[in-house]
Design a protein around this ligand. Sequence first.
Ligand SMILES: Cc1cc2nc3c(=O)[nH]c(=O)nc-3n(C[C@H](O)[C@H](O)[C@H](O)COP(=O)(O)O)c2cc1C
Length: 731
Amino acid sequence: MTISVWRYSHLALAVSSFLLLLLASVTGIILAFEPVLQKSQPYRSDQFEQVTLAQTLPVLKKNYSEISELSIDANGFVQINGSDADGKNLTAYVDPQTGKVLGTPSKQSEFFQWVTSLHRSLFLHEAGRFYIGLTAFLLLLITVSGTILIIQRQRGVKRFFTRIVRDNFAQYYHVVLGRLSLIPILIIALSGTYLSLARFELIKTEKISPKVDLDAIQSKPLRKLADFPLFKSTRLSEVQSIEFPFSEDVEDYYNLKLKDRELTVNQLTGDILSEDRYPTAVLLTNLSLNLHTGRASAVWAVVLALAAGNILFFIYSGFAITWKRRSNRVKNKYTADQSRFVILVGSENGSTFRFAQLVHEQLLKQGHKSFLTEFNSYTVFPQAEYLVAITATYGLGDAPTNAKRFAALVEKYPQSQPVRYSVVGFGSRSYPDFCQFAFEVNQLLSRQQWATPLVDIHTVNDKSPEDFSLWAEAWSQQTNIPITVKSDLLKVPAPRFETLTVTDTVHTAEPDGTFQIRFRTQRRRSVASGDLLAIYPANDHRERLYSIGVVEKDIQLSVRLHPNGIGSGFLHRLTTGETIQARIVDNDHFHFPEKASAVVMIANGTGIAPFLGMISQNKQQVPCHLYCGFRERASFSLYQDFLVANQSAQKLTNLKIAYSREGDKQYVSDLLAVDTDLLTNVLAANGVLMLCGSLAMQKDVLELLETVCETRLGKSVSFYQSHSQILMDCY
Ligand SMILES: Cc1cc2nc3c(=O)[nH]c(=O)nc-3n(C[C@H](O)[C@H](O)[C@H](O)COP(=O)(O)O)c2cc1C
């Protein structure tokens, strides 16, 4: 059964009962104070638990001429009804050892009476009792559905009490407190339901009427009360009430109501005349009363009050969660048929919508026809030129509920025109399958005839606006449509510019115009190879990103000079000693792995830049295999000396180069196809594969890896991607 069925049941039950639940919880909290207050009164004897009937009854008989009844309430207060020495009516709490009057029972306070009526029947008599009973039953169902949701969320019963990944305040505490108060709330709901069923006699709790054979009653041997065997073995704490014989006639007897049975006792001999155990239904009613009201224990009453308080919090947090989800409902200005831009969102709890909406709104503002919808509403988009698929991951690396049908829909509705797509995965590195569903979407789209990648898949950890702006920048660069992630909504801090000084430039006469440039920064915080340098060549919003290799503490870029490229042209014109204002963007997902048995680096063209830095910093000599592709030998010459030196220093284990326009005319994927054993072994031994370069290269390599992973390792590429064993930074 899908998570949504339980989620919707949970929600529907909560919505239908929240008003009554609110009322029952508030009144329940108030009523929980009653037993606590009562127990603080000084009417309970210290020896109450030890005293037997054989000790108490003679004392009471001696002190009070006529006792008609003795009863013991849930607080352990011993009350007698009868008359005193002067023949006056007496109702009092007494000390069971001395018979001393401890106090007079007072009526329930009017306030508590009022709250009790409201809690039990809403002042509506039987109809009210029915609604309250129904509410208790709905609470039971809410608790069960909530428990199943927690089990699904935690991925199994065994992990029920394991750490909860914090999402947002309402959701986190809804689950945390839900687990903590699960048992008390379950007990409140069960006992409340049971009491209502008993009240409406759907559970039979027949009264016992003792059958005494009056003809068989003996008047001998005469015994003193203190010698009655039953009274000697029965403690006061086991008794609910005792009706005393009306006269001294042998046919009048003691009627004892204990916790589990009712007995009649000959007043002269102490013989047991009848004994009837209560039916289970009566015992359960008693237990339910104790559990539901907390009347038997002040500690339990406090637990009940806390649990009822939690129900109030669940009402608030449940609605906050739902409100957030619903506030992300899509409003479209253009239809699916009209729109050039289609944004698909996969989201469980709604936060991904915020990011998607930011893009959608900016496109609309700039006059573009954009259509935003859920993955499950995927269809034919006849005018679409760009598809942006933004999705979270749930469960065990699964699709969110509103994206579950996506794979089937993509097969069903092929687009008839070419569409350039881009996938953004939202997830959390706290989960082992980081952004797995997004990687699967990326794979799925890459297999479609009509789909061409526009920018490499990007991932966003814990809703990081910085991560998202990385994607936005890359996407803007390709489409020439500025998307700024500065909205207050995403709480992005203003960018921090740094001054960088050019320390070296290496220009070559290579036909592809590739050059290297190095900068020094005053930055205290370290820069890592794989981070990105954002430059603003025209001093306006236009930003260009380059992969950084950190070499000898300098930031080194490898850049290809494009004929009219504003970024590459700007960098090419810089000379040693000049300074620029730029931004260093952390790109954590593409750093050299901290722990890896081996690393395979795969690059083409200037994609080699971050790897140059990583290799030069590989002081631990982690086995490193570099596969790189260039057009011709001359393009490689820029890096040759550097790589050979690092090979001698054992920072680079293996170097393989493919030239696409010379010799065998190979691509880097052809080199890898020969070395699938190595790829398999590296992945199997928890090693890491890193790709940097063009999206076309990435597509070829991923195709090859898909075969290798499926056939040799029995797992999908997306598995290794989501476990950070295949890292990519392509453009
Ligand atoms: C129960 C649960 C399971 C999750 N499972 C994963 C997961 O397997 N992989 C992952 O990367 N993120 C996982 N996440 C994190 C979400 O994908 C991430 O918080 C996302 O930003 C939520 O987006 P949404 O609010 O639009 O649903 C999970 C979150 C929750 C609450």
